[in-house]
Design a binder for this molecule. Structure first.
Ligand code: EPU
Length: 414
C-alpha cells in the first residue's frame, strides 16, 4: 500500500458488517439443520476462511453480495483442517457448535501469534465442565462427550471467543449453564441474540452473568449483522490525524463510548447528524492517556490506531495495554516513521512531535496495519506498507473507502 500523506479526509464512508460478529454467527449456523440467512456479512479474508472451514465440514454456503445462506444439514465431519486453523485463530470457535451437534470436535491447537501467546485453556476448561473429555493428540485438541450437561463456569478473566464458544456448546446441552465473569463485548451479545433468534434461551446478555438454558433443538433464522465498531473507530482516528471532516454511515455509536470519549479528549468533534456520525477535527491533536480494558473499556483493537494518532500530538501520552501481553508490534514500525516511543512493560510512552515522516514499513497484524495506514495518511511524504494482506482480514475495501474521502492511497503488487 502506497500512501502520499498530508491529504485531509473529507467525504462519506460507510461502515461494513462486524468481522468479530460475523465469524461466530457464521459458525453458529452449525447449530441447526435448517437454513440460516445472514445479511451484512463483510467481504473479508477471515470470513472467507470461516466459509471454507464450514464447507470442509459438509456445510452448504451461498454468498450473494453481503448476504450468506448457510445450510448445515450436510454436516459430515468434526475436524477443522490445520491449514485453515493456522491462518485464523478464531477457527477455534468451531469447537463449541461441533460439540453441541456431534458431541465431538477436533481442532489444531492454535500457536502463538503476533499479539501474544493467546492460550485457549479457558475454552477447554469450560467444555470439560459441560462434560467433554479433552485430549491433545499430535497438535490437535480432541474434545469428546457422551452428553453435554449444563454447568457453572466462572472465568478468572473475561474471554470473548471463550464466552462465545461456551454459549454455542451449552445452548443445546441438558439443563442450565451459568457463565460468571462472561465477556460483555457487543459481538458476544450479538451471538446470544442470534442464538435466541434460532430458538435458544440465553439471558443476561451484556452483563457479567450469562444464563444459558439448554433447548432440544434450534431452528433456522434470518439476521442482519451489526456494523463493525473497530472499523468505524479506525476511520474516526484517520479523520482525526488528517484534520478531516467525514460523515460515517452506520456507526454503532453506543458501543463506541469509550473510544469516542478519548477522541473528543484528543480534540475531535464527533456528533450525530441525521442518523449518521460527523467526525471532525479542527486544530492540533491533543495528547491523551489510554488504558485498554475489556468492554465497556477502551478496546485493545483500537490501541495501535490511537498510538499512531498520538504521534501527531505534541506532548506525552501513555498507552497501557492490559488485555494482550505483546500487542506493541507497531511501535518499531512507527519509530521508522520518526515516532519517539518507549515501551516499558505493558505501557508505551509516546513523546508526540506533532508529526511523522513517510517511510517503508511492514504490517505485522491486522490492527497494527491499520495504525500504519493512519500514520501514513497524515505523515509528510510517502509511506509504503508491505505485508498489507493483514489488512484484508478485517477491513473491507479500505483503500477504496479512503480514496473516496480524498486519500492518496493505492495498492501495488509486491
Ligand atoms: N485468554 C486466556 N485463556 C483463554 C482465553 C483467553 O488466558 O482460554 C486471555 C488472552 O490471552 C488475553 C485475554 O484472555 O490475554 C482476553 O482474550 P480474549 O479471549 O477475550 O480474546 P479472543 O477471544 O482471542 C477476541 C477478538 C480479538 C480481540 C479480543 C479482545 C475475535 C475473533 N477476536 O479475541 O480481535 O482483540 O477478543 O477484545 O472476536 C482483532 O479483531 O484484531 C482481534 C484480535
Amino acid at each position: 500500500m502506497i500512501i502520499e500523506g498530508g491529504q485531509r479526509l473529507i467525504g462519506e464512508i460507510r461502515v461494513g458488517g462486524a468481522k468479530n460478529a460475523a465469524l461466530p454467527l457464521l459458525l453458529a449456523a452449525l447449530l441447526t439443520d435448517e437454513e440460516v440467512i445472514l445479511h451484512n456479512v463483510p467481504d473479508l479474508r477471515d470470513v472467507t476462511t470461516v466459509e471454507k472451514l464450514l464447507e470442509s465440514l459438509g456445510v452448504a454456503i451461498t454468498r450473494k453480495g453481503s448476504d450468506a445462506v448457510i445450510n448445515a444439514r450436510g454436516l459430515n465431519a468434526i475436524e477443522a483442517p490445520y491449514d485453515l486453523v493456522k491462518t485464523m485463530r478464531a477457527s477455534v470457535l468451531v469447537m463449541g457448535p461441533l460439540l453441541s451437534r456431534r458431541l465431538e470436535s477436533k481442532v489444531s491447537l492454535p500457536g502463538g501469534c503476533a499479539i501474544g501467546t493467546r492460550p485457549i485453556n479457558l475454552h477447554l476448561n469450560g467444555f470439560e465442565a459441560l462434560g467433554a473429555k479433552i485430549s491433545l493428540e499430535h497438535g490437535d485438541i480432541h474434545a469428546k462427550a457422551k452428553k453435554l450437561k449444563g454447568a457453572a463456569i466462572d472465568f478468572p478473566i473475561p474471554t470473548v471467543t471463550g464466552t462465545e464458544n461456551l454459549m454455542m456448546a451449552a445452548c443445546l446441552a441438558k439443563g442450565e449453564t451459568v457463565i460468571e465473569n462472561a465477556a460483555r463485548e457487543p459481538e458476544v451479545v450479538e451471538l446470544g441474540r442470534f442464538i435466541n433468534a434460532m430458538g435458544g434461551d440465553i439471558s443476561g446478555l451484556g452483563t457479567r452473568t450469562l444464563t444459558i438454558r439448554g433447548v432440544s433443538e434450534l431452528h433456522g433464522a434470518e439476521y442482519s449483522i451489526m456494523p463493525d465498531r473497530v472499523e468505524a473507530a479506525t476511520y474516526m482516528a484517520a479523520a482525526g490525524v488528517t484534520q478531516g471532516n467525514i460523515l460515517l454511515k452506520g456507526v454503532p455509536v453506543a458501543s463506541l463510548k469509550a473510544v469516542i470519549d478519548k477522541l473528543v479528549e484528543a480534540g475531535m468533534e464527533i456528533k450525530e447528524e441525521n442518523g449518521n456520525t460527523r467526525c471532525l477535527m479542527i486544530g492540533p491533536v491533543r495528547n491523551v492517556d489510554v488504558k485498554t480494558m475489556p468492554y465497556p473499556g477502551f478496546p485493545t483493537d483500537m490501541q495501535a490506531q490511537l498510538m499512531a494518532m498520538m504521534c501527531f500530538a505534541t506532548g506525552l501520552s501513555v498507552i497501557s495495554e492490559t488485555v494482550f501481553e505483546n500487542r506493541f508490534m507497531h511501535v518499531g514500525e512507527l519509530k521508522r516513521m520518526g515516532a519517539d516511543i518507549h515501551v516499558e512493560g505493558h505501557s508505551a510512552i509516546i513523546r508526540g512531535k506533532g508529526g511523522l515522516s513517510g517511510a517503508p514499513v511492514m504490517a505485522t497484524d491486522l490492527r497494527a496495519s491499520a495504525s500504519l495506514v493512519i500514520a501514513g495518511l497524515a505523515a509528510h511524504g510517502t509511506t509504503e506498507i508491505s505485508r498489507i494482506y493483514h489488512l484484508d482480514r478485517g477491513y473491507e475495501k479500505m483503500e477504496e473507502k479512503l480514496q473516496s474521502a480524498g486519500a492518496v492511497i493505492r495498492r501495488v503488487r509486491e
